[in-house]
Write a protein that binds this ligand. Structure first.
Ligand code: PLP
Length: 394
């Protein structure tokens, strides 16, 4: 099996196992495709429906595409000023000082580096369960203790239980809205966690999906110089997962700790596209509505067919199939519809990304056929390419 354009499984394993820090930085797409096992994005049958990796089928907006082609013509230059311009535009929009923003090629990189910088064998990592696993992989590399804390019954983060889980934690990771549930955590709870966390620790608040919801950002806590780092990405509402751009937002002394792990100059295409996207005042409200309409239509259909799901305010949601979720996932793959992952804590749930109208129409047909058929036996769970960092998590 191949994991990337030119990585065989063996070479991926060698990279994952070889070095402490030079391990792969995992994105949602790595995790999503690892579960498919037999197929990769490179050998998909024609017409495959890709609603597995929380991508945005709308792609970059028109002004971002124009900015990319104009920047490409200047691609012989490093042209750092495009990253400065992006930082300036974002800092003005958010009322942040520019040195409170670090630009990366996506938010996976600063997520990974924050965990490496603030966890260790003595300082643990606390996350929600089910939650986005990429930080756990970095914590594994740092040999930090990982504490997974169940979501509350309203699917928000149980911040009190998270703080109680590890008094020596270095990082408390709060993904708001959460991946995979698409549910939010009240800002008052995040504030409580900030006020009560152990000294020397930080909150890592991942706002990858915040534009899709009405959740309030925690950027004001950064402005108040508190101990937290916020992550933002252009991969979701802005549709730039393949273009790669994201931010770490925090006090300069906190951001400085991430730099020890490296900071590559930004591709000028990504910086230019991100700036153009920020300047498009209609992008967020328009796309938020398009995604919400498709999501709500899917929810109506699920309800009408008596399928149980968790109401989400994001571009992904979980369905409780009330049978082995991996079996459903595999049966959907056979119908050329690639849905998202199964979390071991909830083995009957599958995550589904909100795709285009057409994607969701195909999803409905395939899902009904799968659910109308008797449950199939689970195919063997594929080996994850990053077995080394994950293996201690059990
Ligand atoms: C919760 C969360 N954080 C961070 C990321 C990282 O995205 P990227 O590296 O594309 O910015 C993702 C990707 O899906 C995500 O789901």
């Amino acid at each position: 099996m191949r994991y990337g354009s030119n990585l065989s499984r063996r070479s991926f394993m060698r990279i994952a196992g070889a070095a402490t820090v030079a391990a792969p930085i995992l994105t949602e797409a790595h995790l999503a495709w690892a579960q498919v096992g037999r197929r990769t994005p490179l050998d998909l049958p024609p017409g495959a429906v890709l609603i597995n990796a929380n991508e945005n089928p709308m792609g970059p907006c028109e002004s971002a595409c124009d900015a990319i082609s104009k920047a490409a013509m200047n691609g012989g230059r490093y042209d750092f000023k495009r990253t400065f311009e992006l930082t300036k535009v974002f800092s003005e929009q958010e009322g942040l000082k520019p040195n409170y923003i670090s630009v990366y090629a996506g938010s996976s990189e600063p997520l990974h580096y924050t965990v490496l910088a603030f966890t260790s064998p003595e300082k643990g990592y606390v996350t929600a369960d089910p939650g986005y696993e990429s930080g756990m992989v970095a914590a594994g590399i740092a040999k930090a203790k990982v504490s997974k804390v169940a979501l509350k019954s309203d699917y928000s983060h149980d911040v009190k239980a998270m703080l109680a889980a590890d008094p020596n934690a270095g990082v408390f990771y709060i993904c708001n809205p959460n991946n995979p549930t698409g549910t939010t955590t009240p800002k008052a709870d995040i504030q409580w966690a900030l006020d009560n966390k152990p000294k020397g620790s930080i909150l890592l608040v991942d706002e990858a999906y915040i534009h899709l919801s009405d959740a309030e950002s925690c950027i004001d806590m950064v402005k108040a110089d508190k101990d937290l780092i916020i992550l933002r990405t252009f991969s979701k509402v802005y549709g730039m997962a393949g273009i790669r751009c994201g931010f770490a937002i925090g006090r300069p002394d906190l951001l400085g700790k991430l730099q020890a792990y490296g900071q590559n100059p930004m591709p000028i295409t990504a910086a230019s596209a991100a700036t153009a996207s920020l300047k498009d005042a209609t992008l967020v409200p328009t796309r938020k509505k398009i995604i919400a309409d498709i999501r709500n239509d899917t929810f109506e259909w699920l309800s009408a067919n008596n399928y149980s799901f968790i109401p989400s305010v994001s571009n992904c949601f979980m369905i409780d199939t009330r049978r082995d979720g991996k079996g459903v996932f595999d049966a959907m793959v056979k119908k050329n519809v690639y849905i998202g992952r199964v979390w071991s804590v909830w083995p009957t749930h599958v995550r589904v990304t909100v795709g285009s109208k057409d994607d969701m129409a195909k999803f409905k047909v395939a899902f009904k056929e799968v659910m109308d058929a008797p449950a199939t036996a689970t195919l063997e769970m594929p080996e994850l390419p990053f077995k080394t960092p994950f293996s201690h998590l059990g």
